[in-house]
Design a protein around this ligand. Sequence first.
Ligand code: CUA
Length: 635
Amino acid sequence: MKPTITLNAIALVVALGFTSCGKQTGTSQAERTANAVASYVAPGEKDEYYLFYSGGHSGQVYVAGIPSLRHISTIPVFAPYPATGYGFDEESKKMLGDFSWGDVHHPALSQTNSKYDGRWLFVNDNANNRIARIDLHDFKTHQILGPIPNSIGNHGSSFITENSEYILCATRFSVPLPKGRVADPKDYEKEFNGMVSGIKVDPKTGEMKVGWQILTPPFDWDLGSTGKRPSSGWAFWTSYNTEMAHDTLEVNSTQKDRDLAAVVNWRAAEEAVADGKAEMMDGVPIIDPARVPGVLYFVPIGKSPHGMDVDPTGKWIVAGGKLQPATTVLNFEKVQAAINNKTFEGEFRGVPILKYEAVVEGEVPVGLGPLHTQYDGKGNAYTSMFIDSCIVKWKLPPWTDEEKKDLTKVVLDKVPAHFSTGHLVVAGSDTAQPYGKWCVAMNKLSAGRHINVGPSQPESSQLIDISGEKMKMIAEAYTEPEPHFAQILKVSDVQPTEVYPKDENKDPNAVWEKAQGGVTRNGNQVVAKLMAIRSRFNPDRIDAQVGDELTVHVTNVEQTRDMIHGFGLIEHNINMVMDPGETKTFHIKLTKPGVFPFYCTNFCSALHQEMQGYLVVWKPGEGPSGASGAVGGTK
Ligand code: CUA
């Protein structure tokens, strides 16, 4: 079972722009009408599903509705977002730390018993080695963990285990470890290492902490997924660059016909750490898989593979070989048997390599550039084809003898996607019970299918109805760069709050009545507690002087949906937004004298424009109360 097409042949195909999916055929008026109705959500009606899609290097997560594909909101995660004041108040500034961007790749909804439980959404940051937790209670980022020690290029995450015990991560890059150690990249094989990390999730609060890590050779780990049911306790990642090249990877990392995927027994890793078999590095217990057998195995996968996705039954693991015109289907029972019977074809640095023929169920000839595979829970797989620009539907095993002889027979349908599909998502694919019904193709190029917006181009997303035997392309929308994977959650499976109840606000500086607000001074520390209510701040005057440290707490005392107030301070780069019942805080050192208006930035009422006040920064020794004074005007 050798790959049947060479890299050169694929390069030629790409250069010629030929694709086996062909052009999209014209759509009849009747089909246009039917498709429009299928994705139409009339004014006042609501979508049936949330689409949470990663925003790539925009650092954010976007929320759209399905079937409308309309963008509904943006959840800021790794980058400041003035629209919600994210990255300006003290709490979110602290979460962002020294970084003002991230590279969000793979969102993962929390699961209980392999089903979405509607509690959290975890996303990874490939650039700065972090993981963030969004609470679906309020659709906001509540924790950013990292940079994770001993982890560089946190791309192969965030993959959640079936009861949200762990977020599992693998590194895209390798460096000399621990971080900060320097070695010449020419000594890559000897000095550099990759890492698999187990990020422990608190089952009650969702709070994350680094649990343990497994040291790996310096392969570039790519995408993965976690096991369920029979493959419970296991996780899988593809890799590229098992050549361990350190330069010109385009050529040097694509020499071998097969790269080595990782088969990780994360429960064994957890036990090994508990048994004291790990060594500490940068504060984290590290497992050397050569010394702790049973934690890590390799399996060869052709060629320069990308996605590796476990199906809803937990039996089949499908890898897409970017440079091979087929997906590789592993049989988890055979993986277990090969491990138990030691059916190995060698080892690499003390880690057994499972014999390819012993664990593979088949190679399905889906076409060119298979990347990721998703499932509908009815025995069908859907693979995104980067080179062919299409989605291919095919049948998972078990296959008949006739099908096994000629696996082209299990390829059921292809639908063109525009253009160069990266990820795709089928609703609930990574659970034991997918919703099915809808698939979204996330395409890397929008190729001028939208009105001309100049050279800075959006990405395209396409909605495909997969409920019937044949797939149907229904609608198309554009997204900010750039979505890498998404999660689809049924609206009825989550109950977010729309107002923060007053009695749940535990901020000691919250003020709920006029009398509680005011401005106080202690030395050069000036503290202002403001209440925001339609359509005023109370107090609406803060007096201080140059050299003071000013802390402002603003509480939005509204308890009504949509009644959001902002606080923008002229020429101080201060922008907070308080949702109903929320208190936010900023802290600045006052360096320039003057009178600086502050105002409500979020349109809240007919008299929103009137919702304003003044920060008066006196020169030292001046002002109504002299050098030590501070006043807060109240009405
Ligand atoms: Cu408050 Cu606008």
